[in-house]
Design a protein around this ligand. Structure first.
Ligand code: NAD
Ligand code: ZN
Length: 479
């Protein structure tokens, strides 16, 4: 036991299950807010704050692209159908970075970013019956009201009320912010704003999870890892022995590669502009690599056989033809599935055009710039290629996420992490090919966690992501 942030926590005793590759950067000596005892302590520390404004620290982004500033903020109590959460761990996803940079996105400042996190409910607003103070939770950027047609459909996670809305900067119920810093209201982000010691979220955007879950690990399931995994198993659904191209080998792309591997794909082709990703990606089952920078033959040389006579507009489009022709050459006409996890429009077009005609399916996951448009010749669709996209890997956050967490918690008892959960969820979605997946699932959240910083060093997490170093950086709140 050690005292940290005024709260008694259990140490993991420095025992690490990480591969040696990561040891020099990640130090998992920090906690688990996972035992019942430590949660009781957290709960006791919070018992007097319900209904009051809480003053705490938050990392405020005052201006696009400028370092976040740790400020004292006032966090208002939750209103009807809202909960206030004490965030214990958060991590950085590239979506936070795009909106912080605001180069290709609508600027909204000052704002509190953050959407991949884990914490404990501090208090609940009127009408909240599903959650109570002390519950361990993962806030999620896309919600599940459980009432609308989407929530009732087995096929959709696009809740009418709470689906992702990057333009919303205030709470849904009253159009106001729950944060004040230096006398000014501060905008919310994705309904989660987890770069704050306390945040307020709609109850429908909060998944209740097993209190035994190690929050410093499962926080990465609240966005990136579930998204990539689900993009593969729920959306692309590669068949056994098939080929899959994954564009972008960050945490989301590598989770997609894991999903492809457990689905039985035999060739997983990783595409990234950052060659340093390739060594890391081998640990996630990626079997071959393409770096577009290594293929600098004139674009026309690749394009001529197929594209003669078709007018091509725009440099990004030319670039995308280059990638797709390289992959087509490697795979005798194209991959069976592709999953794009970059946010680059050129990679999106390429991911679509590199799938085999007749049966190929491409899944877009990356968040595009607001002015991007997807251009391809309609013949690519007529030739029986399918283009899909997904948020959160088609998982329903409140229904499916607790099951994923449960299987992680019970991994020592089952032979593979998440295996049972995926089987259940996958069976729910489509039971046709379930027999061919999951024989060998060994998805370890630890593999995705390459850095850890204290809250006061949150800007370092941005530096790592901007430099393309590592995968997920856990930000330990209150330290
Ligand atoms: P990341 O920065 O860790 O990884 C992205 C990788 O893509 C990097 O390795 C980068 O080098 C590579 N890349 C960028 N442009 C490329 C190009 N043109 N060709 C090949 N590789 C390229 O980011 P991440 O956190 O893994 O997120 C990946 C994407 O997924 C982002 O766009 C993010 O916004 C998006 N995302 C979407 C959802 C969703 O629900 N749809 C959820 C989470 C993240
Ligand atoms: Zn994210």
């Amino acid at each position: 036991m050690m005292k940290q942030n005024g709260i008694l926590v259990h140490s993991t005793g420095g025992r690490s299950t990480l591969p040696p590759f990561f040891h020099h950067k990640y130090h998992p000596q920090h906690l688990h807010y996972s035992t019942k005892r430590s949660l009781r302590v957290v709960k006791a520390a919070m018992s007097n704050t319900a209904g009051q404004v809480i003053k705490c620290k938050a990392a405020v982004s005052w201006e696009a692209g400028k370092p976040l500033v740790i400020e004292e903020v006032e966090v208002a109590p939750p209103q009807a159908n809202e909960v206030r959460i004490k965030i214990l761990f958060t991590s950085l996803c590239h979506t936070d970075v795009y909106f912080w940079e605001a180069k290709g996105q609508k600027p909204a400042f000052p704002r509190i970013f953050g959407h991949e996190a884990a914490g404990v409910v501090e208090s609940v607003g009127e009408g909240v019956t599903d959650l109570k103070p002390g519950d361990t939770v993962l806030p999620v950027f896309t919600g599940e009201c459980k009432e609308c047609r989407h929530c009732k459909s087995e096929e959709s996670n696009m809740c009418d009320l709470l689906r992702i809305n990057t333009d919303r900067t205030v709470m849904l119920s009253d159009g106001k912010s729950r944060f004040i810093a230096k006398g000014k209201p501060i905008y919310h982000f994705l309904g989660t704003s987890t770069f704050s010691e306390y945040t307020v979220a709609h109850v429908g955007s909060v998944a209740k999870i097993d209190p035994a879950a190690p929050l410093d690990k499962v926080c990465v399931l609240s966005c990136g890892i579930s998204t990539g995994l689900g993009a593969a198993i729920n959306v692309a659904k590669p068949k056994k022995g098939s080929s899959v191209a994954v564009f972008g080998l960050g945490a989301v792309g590598l989770a997609a590669a894991e999903g492809a591997r457990i689905s039985g794909a035999s060739r997983i082709i990783g595409v990234d502009l950052n060659a340093s990703r390739f060594e890391q990606a081998k640990k996630f089952g990626v079997t071959e690599f393409v770096n577009p920078k290594d293929h600098d033959k004139p674009v026309q040389e690749y394009m001529r056989p197929i594209w003669e006579g078709i007018e091509i507009v725009g440099q990004s489009l030319l670039c995308s033809f280059k990638y797709s022709m390289v992959i087509a050459e490697m795979t005798d006409g194209g991959v069976d599935r592709s999953i794009e996890c970059t946010g680059s429009i050129a990679a999106m077009i390429s991911a679509f055009e590199c799938v085999h005609d007749g049966w190929g399916v491409a899944v877009l996951v990356g968040v595009p710039n607001r002015d991007d448009s997807f251009k391809t010749h309609p013949i690519n669709l007529l030739n029986e290629r399918t283009l899909k996209g997904t948020f959160f890997g088609n998982f329903k956050p409140r229904t499916d996420l607790p099951r994923l967490v449960e299987k992680y918690v019970n991994k020592d008892r089952s032979h593979g992490l998440l295996e049972g959960a995926l089987q259940t969820i996958y069976l729910g979605v489509d039971d046709l090919t379930v027999g061919l997946m999951l024989q060998e699932l060994d998805l370890q959240l630890e593999k995705f966690i390459t850095h850890e910083v204290s809250f006061s060093d949150i800007n370092k997490a941005f530096d790592y992501m901007l430099k393309g170093e590592g995968l997920r950086c856990i930000i330990r709140m209150g330290a």
